[in-house]
Design a protein around this ligand. Structure first.
Ligand code: HEM
Length: 410
């Protein structure tokens, strides 16, 4: 459902979870960029920011636009009050933010990731082995969800027994209780509580018996920095790593695959030169951003793009819209694996909160596509492929992606 008067749109799709809104949000973004690039959702304290330059400006001015939802007078996300694990680095501002972020970032530097590549390849290979003899597979369940889950569990030193709670907690597609039913909220809070309890037990264990996993590193850095073991703080940041690192990759890989399969010339180029894989993945993230937006809070009465924004308002920065801004990306809707300025995409955020897990996501995707394209010749959409999108207000991904490939090549 679309409203023709942008300045009076009480039913703006942005407040979905309407399935139609989530299915194709791009025409709305395009219209907002053209006609109301900074706009208030009537009747709410939410302001939408949709142009690339404005999104970048908001990210780069944390003194004006805070990441801490407590600065708003009207809570947007009541999970925060009920769930003690939720306020990790992603909700912190300077100067508290950087040391907390560094404590995690140092475990995922590109140099450290060289050590993890064999582990990631082993997981990818094992997943492909499960279906390589069948000639077809369903990518979401059989590949893109287990991959980041297995990688994260191995990095954090979790075992098979933890799979259920890690999966239940990290694969829930919501963002903000404002968007989902009471029942779904309760379920989410239940997962978060159970996960929070288990995570705390694991952290205490790592404090007492450090291992060679990154959770032990987070604990050690926290003790070094604060002079004691602040387990609630480490849990909050470790929770951000979990929640940020699994569902995003789980969505990004099928989206990139579908884009490739729908653009045979691009697929051919990548198959002919696997060195294009990293850039192909960045371009796929630009075209289909797994995280559509994140919120900030106006610290004081301010103005953006000529629109007055009051203190405490939510400022929703739309990565997915900035990524299709024609002022920055020529022919922005086209999927072009050789796009020169693809690095300007906003799908990993921008500024001080730039995704701390980006090097890991890039590693997982590179290894995944190297192996998928090498081992599954003739990869194509299965004839009965159903590629509906998840009905989430903030995450973009496919519910399933049925694929086929040539068997006789094996
Ligand atoms: C394709 C995959 C991914 C996408 C699209 C993505 C997207 C994002 C975005 C847009 C932000 C900025 C949030 C903001 O500014 O409010 C962010 C931050 C973050 N991401 Fe990712 N992410 C991905 C993978 C990962 C992975 C693999 C991890 C962990 C292993 C991770 C952990 C985090 C954390 C902890 C933050 C907060 C950083 C901070 O506040 O300084 N993400 N991510």
């Amino acid at each position: 459902m679309r409203n023709d008067n942008l300045h009076a749109m009480p039913e703006l799709e942005i407040t979905y979870p309407s399935v139609e809104g989530a299915e194709c949000p791009y025409p709305l973004y395009e219209r907002l960029r053209a006609e109301a690039p900074v706009t208030q959702v009537p009747g709410t304290n939410q302001y939408l920011v949709t142009r690339w330059h404005d999104v970048q400006y908001v990210c780069r001015h944390p003194e004006l636009f805070s990441s801490d939802s407590r600065r708003s007078r009207t809570p947007f996300d009541s999970f925060g009050d009920k769930n003690p694990t939720i306020r990790g680095m992603v909700e912190l501002d300077p100067p508290e933010h950087k040391p907390r972020r560094d404590a995690c970032r140092l475990s995922l530097t590109p140099r450290r990731l060289l050590d993890y590549e064999p582990m990631v390849r082993e997981i990818v290979t094992h997943l492909i082995d499960q279906f390589v003899a069948n000639g077809r597979f369903e990518m979401v369940e059989q590949f893109s969800r287990p991959l980041p889950m297995d990688v994260t569990m191995r990095l954090f030193g979790f075992t098979e027994e933890d799979r259920e709670w890690v999966g239940a907690w990290s694969l829930v597609e919501t963002s903000g209780s404002a968007f989902i039913s009471e029942e779904a909220q309760e379920r989410q809070i239940g997962y978060a509580r159970r996960a929070g309890k288990r995570l705390l037990e694991e952290l205490v264990d790592r404090y007492e018996h450090p291992g060679d996993d990154i959770l032990s590193e987070f604990v050690a850095r926290n003790v070094e920095r604060t002079g004691h073991f602040d387990k609630i703080q480490v849990r909050a940041d470790a929770s951000n790593m979990f929640r940020g690192g699994i569902i995003t990759v789980a969505h990004a890989i099928p989206m990139a695959t579908r884009l490739l399969l729908e653009n045979p010339d691009q697929l051919e180029a990548v198959c002919a030169d696997s060195a294009l894989i990293p850039r192909m993945f960045e371009e796929a993230l630009r075209v289909e951003s797994p995280s559509q937006w994140n919120p900030r809070i106006a610290v004081a009465d301010t103005e953006l793009g000529g629109v007055k924004i009051p203190e405490g308002a939510y400022v929703m920065i739309f990565w997915a819209s900035g990524n299709r801004d024609e002022e920055v990306f020529e022919d922005a809707t086209a999927f072009d694996v050789r796009r020169q300025n693809v690095a300007k995409h906003l799908s990993f955020g921008d500024g001080s909160h730039f995704c701390v897990g980006a090097p890991l996501a890039r590693l997982e995707a590179r290894v995944a596509f190297e192996e998928l394209l090498a081992r599954l010749p003739g990869l194509r959409l299965a004839q009965d492929a159903d590629a509906a999108h998840v009905a989430s207000p903030a995450f973009r991904g496919l519910r399933r992606l049925d694929l086929a490939f040539d068997m006789n090549a094996h």
